[in-house]
Design a protein around this ligand. Sequence first.
Ligand code: 13P
Length: 249
Amino acid sequence: MRLPIVAGNWKLNGSRSSATTLAREIAASPVAGVEVVICPVAVHLDAVSTDIKDTAVKLGAQNAAAQESGAFTGEISAQMLSEYGCEYVIIGHSERRSLFGENEEACANRFSAVLAAGLTPIFCVGESLEDRESGNTMKVVEKQLQAVFSVAGASVFERAVIAYEPVWAIGTGKTATPEQAQEVHQFIRGLVASRDENSAQAVRILYGGSVNPGNASELFAKDDIDGGLIGGAALKSADFLSVCNAARL
Ligand code: 13P
């Protein structure tokens, strides 16, 4: 049985004080039977790690460098993130890919660096509306995962999390139906199985894209959906906790 995960991706939101308030509210309502992860902006990691110390809530970052150290202005290494108590790092979010030019190889290199530092990558994949409408969803997702297999090896997903986030569902209020999501999740698990069966059984595959308290239960009820990566609804503690509850085993 895979333990579900619900991870809140706070993106570029929150002041130091609002981040602290949100983290404390989430940590104050423990949800059993689900791993709860929050991913604040990097400059708030230190404050938030103190807020959730000795609670079940885990800390994640929104990206990590492919390098350990050196002349890479603006980057933060996975090793540095681990010093602040991060256990998870989101890699290859569609906003990183489309707005900041991170290509498949760059994402795969960042993924490897996170694993090498002993942290768990949450590796995002997903198709654009154009890809979906032209029937290329599976092809796009396969290419994104193939980059990781090529750089990091066949069995790496035993130590990682995958998030399927259709780009057309992110921040649009337009969520994939549970059937649409399950179809892609099943495909992803099959693809991982074709490289390594143990990884396929172990890997948790999260759905992301306009998940909210109203649609979470139906999505999480599907066999291959092991939780969610949550954007907008992760910014209000009541909504986020309600989504966490929907994912409980
Ligand atoms: P929304 O939940 O706001 O659609 O964002 C999803 C997302 O991008 C999480 O990483």
